[in-house]
Design a protein. Structure first.
Length: 354
């Protein structure tokens, strides 16, 4: 390959050239950075290419290793779509990143979030910090979730998201079932949400001895393992206290959204608002193929520490109009400042009361 990685955006489009040096290797977070006037194509997702002629859709998926675009076939037209959510209330969650803090600070943050009135609390399933400083305190997800099950009384909770590669799917199911029972306390009904995805953080894989594979191989493994999780739940004694909700995170159109249509109770996406109606159309197309009513799937979004957003009422109202009913901002340690969550809760209450 030449020194420069060449990415063909579309059959009738100009050639977009990225320098391989612009690929960020840290922690496996691979992103083709803005280069030569273009921005930006994210590995593993269909995004918009910007140049002097304005925005153009990139109808393909960028390979994480060689930088080529593979065509994506879709039968969905580009008309604006909204996700059916009639009668489904708005919920506010919060993701407390298990980094840059002591466990005492994390424990305090999850209790403060519950007291404040959030509906759900999440962590993430990684082994190292995802934002600077990268060599800093960090805690494992599932043992923490078991502690949260005991420490909290009301909120739902789970990983956003579990990495499917790190644990056998039958073990994942048993861990989730056990945490579900711990969280039931005296009510008899657990509060655990099984948030899962295919994994992406290369540093986690390499330092802990897991095979990194490719985006496609990891998604194929997730597709094979999700039925095993459900099947194990049916075999366990005692079984889960309820039908544990499955949240799937991601937005890939060929594989991820098909898995959402087939398995998910909640779809969590970071798709930009201007592209979300089209992405919803892709999901609905997969639902039709899978014989699934899309109204059964709760639509969730928010922002990450790597991609922050300003949560205005206009943005929240626009998300609500296309069917978003679960909003999850991400907060970092050591302070876990919940002040920005209170306006979200006030917006939630106004919308749900109207």
């Amino acid at each position: 390959m030449d020194r420069k990685a060449r990415v063909q955006v579309a059959a009738d489009a100009d050639l977009v050239v990225f320098d391989p040096a612009t690929v960020a290797p840290r922690g496996g977070y691979r992103e083709l950075r803005p280069s030569r006037g273009f921005e930006h194509v994210i590995v593993g997702g269909v995004r918009t290419v910007m140049d002097g002629r304005g925005p153009r859709r990139c109808p393909g998926r960028v390979s994480e290793r060689v930088g080529r675009v593979e065509p994506v076939q879709s039968t969905v037209h580009s008309a604006s779509l909204s996700h059916p959510a009639s009668g489904r209330p708005v919920r506010i969650g919060v993701q407390l990143s298990p980094q840059h803090a002591t466990y005492a600070q994390l424990r305090d943050a999850v209790l403060r979030a519950e007291d404040l009135g959030v509906d759900a609390v999440f962590n993430w399933d990684h082994f190292f910090p995802l934002t600077e400083p990268l060599d800093a305190p960090h805690f494992e997800a599932w043992t923490m979730l078991a502690a949260w099950a005991e420490q909290t009384e009301r909120v739902e909770f789970g990983p956003l998201v579990n990495c499917n590669s790190y644990r056998n799917p039958d073990l994942q199911a048993d861990m989730a079932r056990t945490i579900d029972h711990i969280s039931a306390h005296g009510t008899g009904v657990g509060r655990f949400i099984f948030g899962t995805g295919s994994g992406w953080a290369e540093r986690d894989y390499l330092e802990y001895g897991y095979e990194f594979g490719t985006v496609g191989s990891r998604l194929d493994a997730l597709a094979a393992d999700l039925p095993r999780v459900r099947a194990r739940w049916e075999k366990l004694d005692p079984p889960p206290t309820r039908r544990i909700p499955v949240l799937i995170g991601g937005q890939g159109e060929r594989k991820t959204l098909r898995l959402v249509a087939r398995h998910a109770d909640i779809w969590h996406t970071f798709t930009r608002l201007d592209d979300l109606p089209r992405k919803i159309g892709v999901l609905h197309d997969w639902c039709a193929r899978e014989g699934r009513d899309p109204a059964e799937i709760e639509l969730s979004t928010g922002f990450t520490l790597r991609r922050p957003l300003q949560m205005t009422d206009d943005l929240l109202d626009a998300w609500h109009a296309v069917g978003v009913r679960l909003v999850i901002p991400s907060l970092d340690g050591p302070d876990y400042d919940l002040s920005m969550v209170k306006p979200l809760l006030e917006w939630r209450d106004r919308v749900n009361e109207s």
